[in-house]
Design a binder for this molecule. Structure first.
Ligand SMILES: [Zn+2]
Length: 54
């Protein structure tokens, strides 16, 4: 599984999330932003930034 951080554009280390699925909250190991696992298509995980300011 691969995922690119929408904030810093680095590849997120998903080894910390062995059972990642849609709806899970993960954290970018590069910039530390909180992300929601939005969609899994094949080996690509799409995420969106969780706005914690609300
Ligand atoms: Zn990032």
């Amino acid at each position: 599984m691969k995922s690119i951080c929408p904030e810093c554009k680095n590849e997120i280390d998903l080894s910390r999330y062995p059972s990642v699925r849609e709806g899970m909250i993960i954290e970018c190991n590069h910039c530390g932003i909180t992300l929601l696992a939005k969609k899994i298509e094949g080996e690509i995980l799409t995420t969106e930034i969780v706005d914690e300011g609300k």
